[in-house]
Design a protein around this ligand. Structure first.
Ligand SMILES: Cc1cc2nc3c(=O)[nH]c(=O)nc-3n(C[C@H](O)[C@H](O)[C@H](O)COP(=O)(O)O)c2cc1C
Length: 217
């Protein structure tokens, strides 16, 4: 079978005409630089600018990838929430490292981050859990994320039972639910430019200092 029927992919070709970035034009602290680009993604109408791909790998090094939502960041790291017994949770338990990727197509930008990943404290996870809408809390309680289920009906029945049980009450955070913190040791800021001569600037943590370098596109 032809992998590329009617050569459809050849017609998808977008020129990136953005103005570029230089090593000097980027802030010396990559977290601050990320903050600047994140603000620009927010104000440029990017769809779900806090959505990011999270890559993990199991102990054998087999990678896996999924989208999650960034829920905060500062010099301590980048926070997202999930289920500790999901596939990603199991992979992070055996190999506590990962990578994040943000893609903001409206700005022709991507940002990559890599680092160790640890769990947030239960107290910090609780604080966030209880800010979520009631039905999202019920959803977290109802779903054993990544486990095989018999049917959608069973899931919905469980959701309705829990909704009934906790209506008007505080929903207990499931023990297996909580936050993760990725502590970056590497960032890369990518800006699309004309003729595929894109700009790439990496920040690498060496002896607790960030070193910036330009990479070939
Ligand atoms: C835009 C988007 C945002 C998502 N955000 C989250 C999230 O913050 N946390 C989460 O556990 N799953 C989130 N998901 C679902 C995950 O992509 C994934 O299906 C789920 O976490 C199970 O992944 P796993 O089996 O690899 O553990 C999101 C999906 C999309 C498309």
């Amino acid at each position: 079978m032809e992998k590329n029927p009617k050569n459809a992919f050849q017609t998808i070709r977008k020129e990136y005409l953005s103005s570029g970035i230089s090593r000097k034009s980027l802030l010396s602290d990559p977290v601050e630089q990320f903050g600047r680009w994140f603000d620009e993604a927010l104000t440029s109408g990017c769809t779900e600018p806090n959505s990011m791909a999270l890559a993990t790998a199991n102990a054998q090094g087999m990678p896996s990838l999924r989208m999650v939502l960034l829920k905060g960041f500062d010099r301590d790291g980048f926070v997202f929430f999930s289920n500790y017994e999901s596939r990603k949770g199991r992979e992070l338990a055996e190999n506590p490292r990962g990578a994040l990727l943000f893609y903001w197509p409206e700005l022709h930008r991507q940002v990559r981050l890599e680092g160790g990943i640890e769990r947030l404290s239960a107290a910090a996870s609780q604080a966030y859990f209880h800010t979520r809408p009631f039905l999202s809390q019920i959803g977290a309680l109802a779903s054993r994320q990544s486990e095989r289920i018999e049917s959608r009906e069973m899931l919905e029945r469980r959701f309705m039972e829990l909704e009934e049980k906790y209506r008007g009450q505080t929903v207990p955070m499931p023990d297996v639910w909580g936050g993760y913190l990725l502590q970056p040791v590497r960032f890369e800021f990518w800006q699309g430019r004309e003729n595929r001569l894109h700009d790439r600037v990496a920040y690498i943590l060496q002896d607790r200092r960030w070193q910036k370098e330009r990479l070939s596109p």
